[in-house]
Design a protein around this ligand. Structure first.
Ligand SMILES: Cc1cc2nc3c(=O)[nH]c(=O)nc-3n(C[C@H](O)[C@H](O)[C@H](O)COP(=O)(O)OP(=O)(O)OC[C@H]3O[C@@H](n4cnc5c(N)ncnc54)[C@H](O)[C@@H]3O)c2cc1C
Length: 312
């Protein structure tokens, strides 16, 4: 019996197509990677409850640290402080408080840092920050102009552990990619001990960034920031501002399921776990998750990475 044209086409495809191996799964006794989780401070009582449910669900995974974002201005500042203080008081977690240069003098920022130190907070994520509502950044006349200045200032206040931001796809206002790398090096030379990256979807870009950083003399850990995406439209908007490329294939994955939250969340888990598995296979053993105060995707992806709740 002869093959039909479609059977012949299938055979031809099998015989001539590329052979792609699966991403290897680490040995069962390989050490689990280190994780950190990022939260944002809640604005309402309902969001507060959501955040704390998220913290309680992720706490047994014993992350390296959990960080809380910061917005310039009195009320958001106070929310970050309250959240971080509660993490210190009520959990076994090690918090890292984000702090920015925006809208405050050096003295005011130093005071906030001192309050953190007195509350038992030893880890700060030091950032320049952005102007609320958008617009060009102008340093405060008496403020720290850039994150590198803030790192040096914090180190004068107390011996904080300091993390800083890094951009595998280059910060949108950097003069050149090299200038951006120089800036990262300045932040580390000023006393930061690790960089956490903005999220990205192309692992090759991140791995190339690691090579470039090493060539620039940067040897501190650069921890990939992982954003599990379940809302495609939102991430496109977000990424346009932060200079992150959103690949077309990601858009195709979400076509036609805009109204189906459950399917979107399943897709998010598959995409992000593929991403982290591939990074893990490339030797990356530390990951920072942008949780958006929702634990399930992060929990599932951590599980796939081999991270198990304490005591299991
Ligand atoms: C992990 C992570 C966490 C974040 N958390 C927050 C948060 O909690 N709150 C918040 O508001 N934002 C946050 N951001 C966003 C961040 O504040 C913005 O991306 C901001 O635009 C840059 O901050 P930076 O610390 O990287 O700045 P910097 O390192 O100061 O760099 C900012 C830009 O200025 C350039 N530059 C640096 N020094 C100089 C100089 N001397 N002269 C000229 N150009 C210079 C750099 O190349 C870069 O383009 C976070 C980002 C990341 C990646």
């Amino acid at each position: 019996m002869s093959n039909s044209p479609s059977q012949r086409a299938t055979l031809e495809r099998w015989l001539s197509g590329p052979r792609v191996g699966g991403v290897p799964v680490p040995e069962h006794n390989a050490p689990a990677p280190l994780l950190s989780f990022e939260f944002f401070p809640p604005k309402t009582e309902a969001l507060e409850q959501q955040l704390w449910a998220c913290i309680r669900r992720l706490e047994p995974l014993a992350p390296h640290f959990v960080s809380v974002t910061y917005g310039a201005g009195g009320t958001t500042q106070a929310r970050t402080h309250a959240t971080v203080a509660r993490i210190v008081a009520e959990t076994t977690l090690t918090p890292a408080a984000h702090l920015t240069c925006v809208g405050a003098s050096r003295g005011e920022i130093d005071d906030i840092a001192r309050q953190y130190w007195d509350a038992g907070v030893r880890h700060i994520v030091a950032l320049r920050g952005d102007v609320p509502g958008g617009g060009a950044y102008e340093p405060h006349p008496d403020g720290y102009a850039y994150a590198a200045d803030l790192v040096a200032g914090l180190k004068r206040v107390a011996d904080f552990e300091i993390s800083v931001a890094a951009y595998p796809e280059v910060h949108p206002t950097a003069r050149t990619p090299l200038a951006d790398l120089d800036n990262l090096k300045r932040k580390l030379d000023a006393g930061a001990v690790r960089a956490i990256t903005n999220y990205f979807f192309d692992n090759a870009t991140f791995l190339r960034f690691l090579d470039l950083a090493l060539a620039a003399g940067i040897t501190a850990p650069i921890v990939p920031g992982i954003m599990p995406v379940s809302n495609y439209a939102q991430i496109v908007k977000f990424s346009a501002v932060s200079g992150v490329k959103v690949p077309d294939w990601l858009g195709r994955f979400f076509e036609g399921v805009e109204d189906n939250v459950e399917t979107r969340r399943m897709i998010a888990t598959v995409v992000a776990s593929e991403q982290v598995r591939q990074l893990q296979a490339n030797g990356i053993d530390e990951f920072h998750f942008y949780t958006l105060n929702r634990p399930d995707l992060t929990f599932a992806i951590a599980h796939i990475l081999g991270v198990r709740p304490r005591g299991e």
